[in-house]
Each structure stands twice: as C-alpha cells, then as structure tokens.
Design a protein around this ligand. Structure first.
Ligand code: SF4
Length: 398
C-alpha cells in the first residue's frame, strides 16, 4: 500500500460501514505491541522489512490503530511520532514505484507536445547534453495536477512550479513533495474526525495511546524538556480561534448567553484546565486540586467578556453566574466547592457545525479553521505548531 488515504485504501475500507466499524475490529487482529512496532523502529533508524512488505490489510490496520490512539490527544508529540514514522514508511515505498495512481492526489499524465517546446527547453534543460538520463528523468514534467487541488495542498512559493491552463506540472520529486503535504493534511483530518468519536472507541486505543505516549516522550525527550506539551498551561489568547476572540470582545443581546455561558465558559475551562481530556466525561475535580485557577484565571475573563456585551450580561442577568458554574459541572450555584464538581455535566465546547447553526455571527473562519471541527482542537493545533516552531528555533541556535 502506497497511501493509507489513497484510492486503494478507500476501496478496501468500503467493506466497513464507517471508520468506527473498522477501528472496532482492529483489536481482534492486531496486538498492541505489534501496532507499536510501526513507530518503535525510529529509534534504530531502519524500517523492518516485514513492515515495508506488509500486505494491504495489515498495513491499513497498523496505521489506523495508531490513528485511533491519537484520538485521545490529537495534537501532541504522539501525533508527530506517528506522522514521522509512517511518512517514512510510505515514502520508502513511493520512492520505489513508478505508478502513482493509487495516491490520494488526482494526477493526470502529461501528453506529448502538451508543453510548448520553448518552455521545455528552459525547464527540462533540453539543450544540456551533459545531463545524465537519470538526472533528466528527475526534471521531466511528467505529471499534472489541477491547479485548485495543487493550491489547496501547497501553501509555499510557486516560483519553481510550471503552471499552464489551470494545471500545475510537476516532476517526480515535486509530486512526491506534494504527496507528503497531502499525507500530513489527511492525517490531521482523520485524527480530528476520530477525536469526535473517542468516547466510542474500545479500551484498546487508550492503552495503545498510553504506550505510544511513553515512546513519544522518549523520542522527543529534548524538546519536551524545552517547551513542554499540550497539557494544562497558562492561556495563550493570541492562539484562540476567531469565534472565541469574537465572544471575548462582547456580543449583542441575542447572542450573549450562547457566546459567554456556553461557548466561552466551556472553551476557556477546557483550554486552561484540561486541553486534552481523555473522554468527554471528565470532571474538573479530576484535573485540579482547588478552584483558584477557575476563580483567578477563568471567571475574570468570562466576566469581563460578559461586561463587554451590550447590554452587559451580568448586570442584566446576575443569576447567569450560577449558570456558568452549572456549565462547569458544579450544579446551579453561586458558592461552588471542588467536591461538587460532577453535580452537572462539564460542558465540552460545541463543535464548529453547531456554532455555525446556533450562532453564525460568531463563526468567521480563518485559514486554520479548515483543519479542525472544534474550537478546542483549533487551539491545540496552534499550541502544537507554536511549540514546534520554538523548538526548531532552539535547534538552529544550538
Ligand atoms: S470554524 Fe470553528 S473554530 Fe473556526 S471560527 Fe468557526 S466555529 Fe470557530
């Protein structure tokens, strides 16, 4: 298998009603230790032959087992580990093939005489007789991808890309580079989808996640010491999604209760206290030892946002504070105690699809919104990208 998101993989997975049903059968066939072998080899550097030559089903099961585990922590070092190991496995296979048809990118062959001679002379250096046939093969534009598909994957410069009649023309290495981008995006998309289903996944996946996490911590030891991970940490307002920034700025009367009590309360509390909840049934008392974080860091932000509404929410509806505690899981009260947590449900931030329906004025997506389905995963993703950027900066300075 060349691409676990490609055409062949999709064809095989059609046997299952949905991705959930596929994840349900994996534990019957694949031992946790075997699933971990798919990332463990990174320590020694060489991909075992039995992984490279695995048949399609074994390959898909190994890969999707790891994706299922990532549902418990969508943006963290575990995802980076799974991405790194699997990208190398699939790239090794892709490097050896001439047939890219089963990849997830829609590629068309380039016909003879399709590209004007004068352009070919420049791009493929046709007049340079000293170029070896292997090197010439590398720079030959053999593939084309619809420009809109190309642009949706490639956010970098177009300087070295030949574009003509709505297509991007690519040589072999450009195509493989584009595939890498599509693999990363598909992986993110799949993990975001599974994040929504994590409460329904068998125990196997949380066990696999815990073991994966140990390996990831070891693998990224240096970076973890430097920048920490997506566990509880002070809020980074600059990394919030647009809907949360709008709610923080205050909203008009018809939107106030939804924006402040439902969205902001759930988002800020999970983002600050438990950004990576193992399930949606978690209680605040499972995550903190006293209420000071809520009283000093979360409530003041909610109250200030309420005061920015017009008219100010808590002046108008003083009892709404009790409702905030209710949404935090303490029941309808103004004098909560930590042990009360779990009296009501600690509301999880609503998914983007719900926000779009219930409060469309709050949803003004930016370019990062296209990867996620929930404002909290937007924030987790940005934290993850930020920590990656910082660690890359540190590596350069060493
Ligand atoms: S797409 Fe989601 S995260 Fe982005 S602004 Fe809309 S609701 Fe918020």
């Amino acid at each position: 298998m060349l691409d676990p998101f490609g055409k062949k993989a999709r064809e095989l997975l059609k046997e299952f009603e949905d991705i959930n049903s596929f994840l349900e059968i994996i534990p019957t066939y694949l031992d946790i230790n075997l699933a971990l072998e798919r990332v463990k080899w990174l320590k020694n550097g060489a991909i075992p032959e039995y992984i490279l030559n695995a048949n399609d089903w074994k390959d898909l099961m190994g890969f999707y087992a790891l994706l299922g585990a990532l549902a418990f922590s969508p943006y963290g070092f575990e995802m980076e580990l799974v991405k790194e190991a699997n990208l190398k496995i699939y790239l090794t296979r892709i490097e050896k093939t001439k047939n890219f048809e089963e990849l997830s990118i829609s590629i068309e062959p380039v016909a003879d005489n399709e590209i004007p001679q004068r352009d070919l002379t420049i791009i493929e250096k046709r007049l340079y007789s000293e170029i070896s046939p292997e090197d010439r093969e590398k720079i030959t534009l053999k593939y084309k991808v619809k420009l809109k598909d190309f642009l949706s994957l490639n956010e970098g410069s177009l300087k070295d890309v030949y574009i003509r009649n709505g297509y991007a023309y690519l040589n072999r290495s450009q195509l493989i580079e584009l595939w890498e981008k599509s693999f990363e995006k598909n992986l993110e998309r799949a993990v975001n989808l599974l994040y929504e289903l994590r409460d329904e996944l068998p125990q196997y996946y949380i066990q696999l996640y815990n073991r994966l996490s140990e390996i990831a911590r070891e693998h990224f030891k240096k970076r973890l010491e430097g920048v920490g991970r997506t566990t509880a940490q002070p809020l980074r307002f600059d990394l919030f999604p647009p809907c949360i920034k709008i709610a923080l700025g205050g909203v008009p009367s018809g939107l106030r209760n939804y924006a402040i009590t439902v969205l902001l309360t759930s988002f800020l509390s999970y983002a600050r206290i438990c950004p990576n909840p193992p399930s949606k049934n978690v209680r605040i008392k499972d995550c903190i030892k006293d209420l000071s974080i809520i009283e000093k860091e979360i409530l003041p932000v909610i109250i200030e946002a309420g005061n920015r509404c017009s008219p100010p929410l808590f002046e108008d509806q003083p009892n709404e504070i009790k409702n905030i505690w209710y949404h935090l899981g303490f029941g309808y009260t103004s004098k909560p105690k930590l042990e009360d947590s779990g009296t009501s449900t600690w509301y999880f931030p609503p998914n983007c699809s719900k926000i779009k329906v219930n409060a469309p004025q709050l949803c003004k997506p930016d370019k990062d919104c296209k990867y996620i389905k929930n404002p909290l995963t937007y924030y987790l993703r940005k934290l993850y990208l930020e920590s990656k950027k910082e660690s890359q900066g540190e590596d350069r300075n060493e």
